[in-house]
Structure formats: C-alpha cells, structure tokens
Design a binder for this molecule. Structure first.
Ligand code: SAH
Ligand code: SF4
Ligand code: F3S
Length: 444
C-alpha cells in the first residue's frame, strides 16, 4: 500500500477565505492528498492569505518565511501562496522574488484553475506566478470538509464587492459582485444537510446585494432566505456581512418571521462621526444607521447587534472619535470588531492628507476597547440564569470535557458535556458571563 501524500492549508482573513480553503481542499482530495494536521509534516502547504490590514499581510508573509526553513530540510515540499495578498497589483511578482521557495503564487480569480496550476508549477523549478483577470461568470466550485467543522458550514452566495469604501482593498482583490444562482446554493445546502450539517452561514462581502447582478432571476437576499427556510433538516441560517445602507425593511421582516435565521445582526458602522462616514464613502449618515438599529430592535427586541469600527481614519479628530464612543454607549452593541485604520496601497484613503499618528490610533483603540468590553460583559451578565438552545459544535480546545456551541443569537456558550452531544441542540442554563463567552450547564 502506498502512503497518500498529505496537504495542509493555513488560512488567514475572513470566512470567505475559509470557504475558499475548503474549495482548495476538495481539489487536493481529488488529486489524492489527505489532510495533515500540521504544515510542518505536510508534503504540500498552501497559505491562503488576507490583506485587509497590514497586520494580516505580515502574518501570511511571516508564515511563508517560516516554511522556508521546513523546505530546506525537505526540498520536495510544495508551497503555494493563494488568496487576496498576491492579488494586489504588482505584489505577486514582488513576493515571488522575495520568496523563491514558493512553488506557486496565484490570485483569487484562479481558484477553479488550481489543479492545472498545481500541475504546471510541480513541473518547473521556478515559482509559477499566475494572477488571472476577473472571470465573466462564476465557475461552480467543489467543496471539501476542513476537519473540525461538521455541524456548521460556510456557503458563499456572492463574491466580490461593488462598494468603494475609501479605506478598503476588498473590491480591488475580489472584483465586482457576482451572485451564485439560487438553485446552485440550494443544492449545496441540501447536500451539506445530507452530511449532517445543521447550520449554514451564507457568505458575501455584502450579502444584501445578492441577486442584483442576476436581474433575470428576480431574486433578492430576502427571497433566498425564504427558500432556504424550507430546507428540511436545516436548523439555523446565518449570514455575513450585510451593509447597513442596503438593509431593507423586507429583510428585517423576513428575518423576524423566520424560525431559522439567527437573531443576530452584524451591521458594520465603522464610525459614529458623519464627516468620517462621508470620507469613508459609506453611503449613510449616522442618523440613518440609528434608524436602522431602531427598526431592527422594534422587530426583534432581543436580537444581538454587533458591528465593526475603525479608529484613526485620516482626519479623525478627538471630537470625531468621541462621537464613536458615544455611539457605542448609545447603541450598546453586544460586541464590536475594532481596528486601527491601516492604509492600503491603491485605495483612496491611503493618500488622504491628515493621516492620524500611530500613537493616537493606539490610544483611541485602547479607549474604545475598554468601553465596548465593559458593555459586552454587562450585556452578557444580564443573560445569566436564562436557558438558551445551544447547537453543540465540539469540545473546547483546551478541555475535552467542556463542549462549546452557539446560542441562537450567536453567543458562544461553554458547558460540561460529552462528544455525543455534538450536532444536537441542547438546552443550557447560563451560569456565568465573560466578555466574549458565556458559561453554562446542561438544563434538562
Ligand atoms: N464587507 C464587509 C467588510 C469586510 S472587511 C463590510 O462592508 O461590512 C471587515 C472589516 O475590516 C471592515 O468592516 C472594516 O471595519 C475593517 N477594515 C477594512 N479595511 C480596513 C483598513 N484599511 N483599515 C482598518 N480596518 C479595515
Ligand atoms: Fe470593503 Fe466597503 Fe465592500 Fe465592505 S462594503 S468589502 S468595507 S468596500
Ligand atoms: Fe481579507 Fe480577502 Fe477576506 S482581504 S478580509 S481575506 S476578502
């Protein structure tokens, strides 16, 4: 019996990238590879990269650098760099020059050509650099199952982004919006449910735009949610990310009347100050955002509300920053993802005047985190004593006797239990609150 070669994929960035790694894994499985738990032991390693902020870029490049030493011991190892980082104009060649131990550097639009590129790269000594232009149509992708995700799965419904937020690199590296046909999405979800998946997270940079590029199909995001609601055996539906500007009342009503769509609204606001929102080209003043929050809470008073915030955007004054702090106090988000502005080459904001010094950004981020973390903890504390329905995902990383899962509102809950519970819905009484997670015990 010959031993099958092994492959490992290191993934950075958003869920879209995680989902792309599943596609890559499916190709690798077709090519005869089996999954390796570590990159160091694998015959083939792909680093699926992100470039949303400089830190993300540095992490991916750092990993590529580390793999050089591993390859020195095992020269037959195949190493590839994929994802958003090399898709930035001019970057792929530069990286290939700096890291000649890479066999392949490919961009986001090459995903479906991976088997062919792999074959070509394997047959040559030099790094194969291949950055394809945007396709006219989305190809259909296979999908593999990255070990560890059984109960919950990602399903991409829309690729690319037509917005032009002035700070953001995504439209440059992911191209314009292209929706997958609803029939294809439905078939994928049904197949996943057949494999035991109970929850799907629908992915897109702006899921609200779903269907806009397929006018002949006459389907909207709300319509897609209604179709998925009918899939037997599917218990929960999540989606990310939705742009506040395009969040329609039809969507709020559909979600409110759905039994499966989670009571969690992730509505990235970015800033609480109108001059900043304008310079970011977000397309809404803060008053409209607050009106959306009000309508969401009216329809679903207990819904979880989370957001993304950027501090230190060019021109952000102390007063602008205080507007963001006030917004956080006023809305009382359950959780926020908070970032320092990171200039991305080629985006308008990178060359705006009045860049904020790093020390100021750091100081603002620390103040913002302090306020948000206090609110997150307070909101979690209010839930102690309640019984929630947890979809059990698996044992916690450090303690096998502790199971982790998520409540309907997307809160992570840890409780004592065994592996037989994985994949089921378990009533859990919440006993203690942390900032990011809740502890509980099984309620009968
Ligand atoms: N499509 C999503 C965002 C994806 S990026 C949306 O519009 O909601 C996730 C988050 O990263 C953004 O919401 C933003 O808060 C942050 N981000 C994007 N570009 C950034 C940059 N250049 N510097 C700092 N944060 C950034
Ligand atoms: Fe980036 Fe804005 Fe598109 Fe989100 S909506 S991916 S922040 S350009
Ligand atoms: Fe990063 Fe690309 Fe996602 S830049 S956030 S991996 S779309």
């Amino acid at each position: 019996m010959t031993l099958r070669p092994s492959a490992h994929i290191v993934t950075y960035g958003c869920q879209m990238n995680e989902n792309d790694s599943e596609v890559l894994l499916a190709y690798l499985e077709e090519m005869g590879y089996q999954w390796s738990e570590t990159a160091e032991d694998a015959d083939l390693v792909l680093v699926n990269s992100c470039c949303i902020r400089r830190s993300a870029e540095e992490r991916a490049l750092g990993r590529v650098g580390e793999l050089k030493r591993v390859k020195e011991q095992r020269p037959d190892m195949f190493i590839g760099l994929t994802g958003c980082l090399p898709q930035q104009p001019g970057r792929a060649e530069e990286i290939a020059r700096q890291a000649p131990h890479l066999n392949l550097v490919m961009g986001t639009h090459n995903l479906s050509r991976f088997p062919e590129l792999y074959a070509r790269a394997s047959g040559q000594a030099a790094t194969l650099v291949e950055i394809a232009p945007e396709p006219d149509q989305l190809p259909a992708f296979p999908r593999g199952q990255v070990p560890g995700r059984r109960v919950s799965a990602w399903v991409t419904i829309l690729r690319g982004c037509d917005k032009r937020c002035t700070y953001c690199i995504v439209p440059y590296v992911r191209g314009r919006e292209m929706s997958r046909p609803a029939g294809e999405i439905l078939a994928e979800v049904e197949a996943l449910v057949g494999q035991g998946v109970r929850e799907v997270s629908l992915l897109g940079q702006n899921v609200n735009a779903y269907g806009k590029d397929r006018p002949a199909d006459g389907i909207t995001f709300a319509g897609l949610l209604r179709q998925l609601e009918e899939v037997d055996g599917l218990w929960r539906i999540r989606y990310t990310t939705s742009h506040p500007r395009d969040f329609t009342q039809e969507m709020i009503d559909t979600i409110a009347s759905s039994k499966k769509v989670s009571d969690h609204f992730h509505l990235p606001v970015q800033s609480g100050a109108n001059p900043m929102l304008k310079r970011m080209a977000r397309g809404y003043p803060i008053e409209r955002y607050l009106d959306l929050v009000r309508r969401v809470r009216q329809a679903l008073p207990e819904a979880t509300l989370t957001t993304d915030l950027i501090v230190g955007f060019p021109g952000e004054s102390e007063d602008d920053f205080l507007d963001t702090l006030r917004l956080v106090e006023e809305v009382r988000f359950d959780r926020s993802y908070m970032f320092m502005f990171s200039p991305r080459k080629g985006t308008p904001a990178a060359s705006f005047p009045d860049q904020v010094p790093l020390a100021v950004k750091k100081e603002r981020l620390a103040r913002l985190i302090e306020v948000q973390d206090r609110i997150s903890l307070e909101k979690n504390q209010c839930l102690v004593g309640r019984v929630v329905e947890v979809l059990v995902e698996g044992p916690s990383a450090k303690r096998p006797e502790i199971m982790t899962g998520r409540a309907r509102d997307n809160r992570t809950v840890l409780f004592g239990g065994d592996r037989s519970l994985i994949g089921s819905l378990v009533p859990v009484r919440l006993t203690a609150a942390h900032t990011w997670t809740m502890l509980g015990e099984q309620a009968s």
